[in-house]
Write a protein that binds this ligand. Structure first.
Ligand SMILES: *Cc1c(COP(=O)(O)O)cnc(C)c1O
Length: 457
């Protein structure tokens, strides 16, 4: 075993990992990266097929991002936003507001997706109380929602496996049905296309459920991952769901918190996923891809109305009493500015469109495998759901570790991704070449065949 793998096993406690299994397995120690390729300490090369847990946009070791960081390093790495402004954070805030369009006018920086959500939740809660809409406002979010791992973010999350244990620690929030067309209890066809495997027409029962929940008008906000629920299993929502739900939220007087931590910055095709359905949220939370996948940094964008509600005389104490030591970090902001430059270039836009289409074409080959139940894609986010029986959609039991086994078989073939239960996500960095993308899908197919058999249906 490599010396670093040994040190890691001895001292590091890994996130979302059964450490007893980790101790038994050979770990991959990553040392270098270039574009979509990562290299371990034995100089074995891997494709980064989930963009280092959905963070990386333009590839590793990008010359423009590196140069931006080096320029910033020659000035200063970090100064506090508590009491002081700085150049890259001010420039970045302007850029974010301009990119978000609509009514989002103010930017509150923090460190990661979870903190971006905490900020939105606190602001929305306090806004709702101060404007007199409710004295004890609550939040509504979707079944399978994932908004981060801090206690507030977990309170609006609804993945029992992660969240149940901490139930006693959380504030109460409500849950409503999510549009998960593959497992729709009404057995309707996916609304935007006639799916061969389900035939009955969709009447948007899932939107009706949200409307019914919103009726009592008791919510501060509806919290949603627009267009795709990531940690729920890369569940792409049907076209039109977000628009309808956005209108229902608006009509109820509640605010809309868009968690674009995964979907932001071109992942789903448009800069932000909300823009695909022309939905204008009251809060936009971004993190993962904000710095192109270089540094931990997040932002919560909100409206002038929310901002104004926190204005007052000093001794009215209307201040937003919240902040983190690294808020508005200069290095992170410099990386984010460079990342946005690349993202907005005509070259990157064209590349993303080409990749999206290629991914769609390549994924078709997976439908013929018996253990593939669903193949979902939204922009450059794909999820392949493995099932024990495609006819009945029967799930594999989690303890069979089907997703883990398939991903390990992929790693042996030089492609890295991390399963979500029985779903295998593919989120290629935008710099991925056509050959690299084909390899990602081919290896996924081979790994499924190796672990679960290839009998075509
Ligand atoms: C990853 C993620 C978060 C949490 O972000 P962290 O940076 O891991 O705290 C929140 N919401 C969504 C949709 C995410 O994908």
């Amino acid at each position: 075993m490599h010396k670093l793998a040994r040190l890691d096993k001895k001292y590091v406690w890994h996130p979302f990992t059964q450490m007893r299994d980790w101790a038994k397995r050979e770990s991959i120690v990553l040392a270098r990266g270039k574009g979509a390729v990562l290299e371990d300490v034995h100089e074995k090369k891997f494709l980064d097929a989930n963009a280092s847990i959905w963070t990386n946009l333009h590839g590793h070791n990008h010359p423009k991002l590196n140069a931006a960081l080096q320029r910033q390093l020659k000035k200063v790495a970090h100064t506090s936003a508590l009491g002081f402004a700085n150049e890259p954070a001010a420039l970045l805030a302007e850029r974010l507001v301009k990119s978000a369009k609509g009514s989002l006018k103010k930017v509150f920086f923090s460190d990661d997706g979870s903190t971006a959500l905490e900020v939105a939740l606190k602001m929305s809660y306090e806004f709702t109380r101060r404007t007199g809409r409710s004295r004890a406002p609550k939040f509504l979010s979707l079944a399978g929602a994932y908004h981060g791992d801090t206690v507030g973010a977990v309170s609006v999350g609804h993945i029992d496996l992660f969240h149940k244990a901490y139930g006693g620690l959380l504030f109460k929030s409500d849950k409503v049905m999510a549009p998960y067309c593959y497992r729709c209890p009404f057995n309707r066809a996916k609304p935007e296309r006639a799916d061969a495997r389900v035939t009955r027409k969709c009447n948007w029962e899932c939107v009706g459920k949200v409307e019914a929940k919103l009726k009592p008008r008791k919510y501060a906000a509806f919290v949603v991952e627009p267009r795709v629920q990531g940690a729920a299993g890369m569940i792409a929502h049907p076209e039109g769901w977000l628009k309808r739900v956005g209108e229902a939220v608006r009509a109820s007087g509640a605010q809309l918190i868009a968690d674009e931590v995964m979907t932001g910055f071109g992942r789903t095709g448009t800069k932000f996923a909300c823009q695909k359905e022309k939905v204008s949220p009251d809060f936009l939370c971004v993190a993962k891809g904000l710095t192109g996948g270089y540094l931990p940094m997040a932002a919560t964008l909100t409206t002038q109305a929310v901002f104004d509600e926190f204005l007052g005389e000093y001794d009215e104490f209307k201040t937003f009493f919240h902040g983190h030591s690294y808020t508005g970090n200069q290095l992170g902001s410099a990386a984010a500015l460079a990342s946005l430059d690349i993202l907005q270039s005509a070259d990157s836009k064209k590349k993303r469109r080409t990749l999206e289409k290629l991914l769609r074409d390549e994924l078709q080959a997976l439908w013929s495998l018996a253990s593939v139940g669903d193949v979902r894609q939204e922009g450059l986010v794909a999820g392949v759901e493995l099932v024990a029986d495609w006819r009945t959609r029967k799930a594999f039991p989690l303890k069979a570790q089907v997703g883990i086994r398939v991903c390990e078989a992929m790693a042996r073939r030089g492609v890295l991704t991390r399963p979500i239960g029985n779903v295998i996500p593919l989120l290629p960095p935008y710099c991925t070449t056509s050959a690299q993308l084909r390899k990602m899908v081919r290896v996924l197919r081979e790994a499924i065949t190796e672990e679960l058999g290839g009998a075509p249906v």
